[in-house]
Design a protein around this ligand. Sequence first.
Ligand code: EPZ
Length: 434
Amino acid sequence: MYSYKIIGGKPLKGDVSISGSKNAVLGVLAAAMMLDGPCTLENVPDISDVHVMVDLCRKIGATIEEVGPYTLRIDPTTINTYQATGPEVSKIRASYYLLGALLARCGKAYLRLPGGCNFGQRPIDYHLRAFKAMGAKGTNARDIDNGIIKLEANPLKGTRVFFDIASVGATINVMLAATKAQGTTTIINAAREPHIVDVANFLNSMGAKIKGAGTDTIRITGVPTLPGNFSYSIIPDQIEAGTYMIAAAVTDGDVTIRNLIPTHMEPLSAKMREMGYQVDEDEDSIRVYKDEGTEIECTNFKTAPYPGFPTDLQPQAVVLLCLASGMSKMHENVWESRFQYVAELQKMGASITCMERIALVNGIDKFKSAYVNATDLRAGAALVCAALNAEGTTFISSASRIDRGYENIVEKLTALGATIERVENSEYVSDDEA
Ligand code: EPZ
C-alpha cells in the first residue's frame, strides 16, 4: 500500500499530454470479446483498471498481447467459456460489460456482481431489464443469488429499450448485446458520453451496424458476424484532461493540455471562463492560465449526463470552487452520495457544508497541507489538486485508487514542475485501503 507525498505551493507550467480514455477502453475491451477475428487497439492507457479488465478477458480465454507502447493485439477466438465469476470481477464496475459481450458471443453469460467506487447504491437493474426485454432468461435484479448473475438467450432479439435515467453503463451494455442480436434494437433516452461514441465507432469499424451513438436514440441492427481484423485508436480521456485543466488553475499556473478533444471539454471550459480563468482552445489542445490580478468568481455547478457537466469532474471542480471568492454551490445530480471526499478536504482547510446532493462551498485563500485519504478515484484526483495548491507537505494515502484512472501521474506532474513522489505507507501512518 502506498501514498503520494506532495510538496505544494508552486505553479504548474508547461505541457502535458492526455492518455487514452479509461471509460472508453473498458467498453472497447469488452466489445472486442464479441469479434470473430483479431483486432489491434492503440492509445490504450497504462492504468490499473485496464490491467484488471485485460486479466478478466484473458481468464475467459481471450489472447491479448502488448505489441508496442499502449498497443494491444487481441484475439477473442480463443475464448472458451461464458463464465466470469472469479473475485477479480468485483474489482471494477466495467466488468459488467462482459454480460452483454458474452451473451452476444455465447448466448449465455454468468458474471459475478461488479465493483466500482462507492457512491451509494450502484444497481444494474436497467441492464438486466433490457437483456430480459431482448429475450434473455435468468437472474432478476432482485434475486441475484450469492452474487452471481446468470443469463441465457438463444438468440437475443432486437427490441425497443427505454432508460429512466440516461445510464452510461446500461447504454454500452445493451449496445454490445444488440450488435449480434436478431433484428433491430432501439435505445431511447440513451446516454451520450464521448466514451459511448467511441465504443460504437470501434464496433462499426469491426463490422457492426450502429447509428445515433452520441444522441439520445441509438439504433443497432444485429449482424451475424463481426470479422474484426482492424486497428482502432482510443479517444483521449475527457476526465484526465479536465483534471489537469483544474490542476493548472488551482496552482495559478500556465499549462497547455495536449492530445484532447476540445468539444468534450466544453462543459468545464465554459464554467472555468465564467469564473475568470483564461481557457484558450486550439485544434487538439487547451491552454489554461489566469491574467494577472484577475479575481476568481464563485459560481454554481450542476452535474448531469453529457453534454452536461460530468460527475467525474465534480470533486476536482469543488477544489476549484474552494479557491473562488464568495459562496459557490455544487449540485451532484447523478450519484446519490458523492461527497465522501469533502471530509478530507476539510482537513486541508476547506469550508464546505454538504446537504444531501448539494455542497455549499465558501472560498478560502489557500489549502493547508495535511494527511488525507483517497476515498475513491476522482476524490483522490481532487486531493492531488488541493495538495498542489497547499504550502507544505501533504500525504495522500490509498493512492492506488488514483492510479486506477490516471496514467503516470507522478511523471506528468513532475514534468509540470510539481514535487510529488510515491512513498510506501510504512514510512508514516497507515491508511484504510481495502
Ligand atoms: C459510468 O458508471 C462511469 N464508469 C462512472 O465513472 C461515471 O460516474 C458514470 O458512468 C456516470 O457518468 C465507467 O464508465 C466504468 P451510470 P455507470 O449507469 O455506468 C443509475 C469514474 O470515475 N443506474 O451512468 O455505473 C445509477 O445509480 C467512474 O471513471 C440505475 O439506477 O453509471 C446512477 O444514479 C465513477 N440502474 C445513474 O443511473 C442501473 O442499472 C447513472 O449511472 C444503472 C444505473
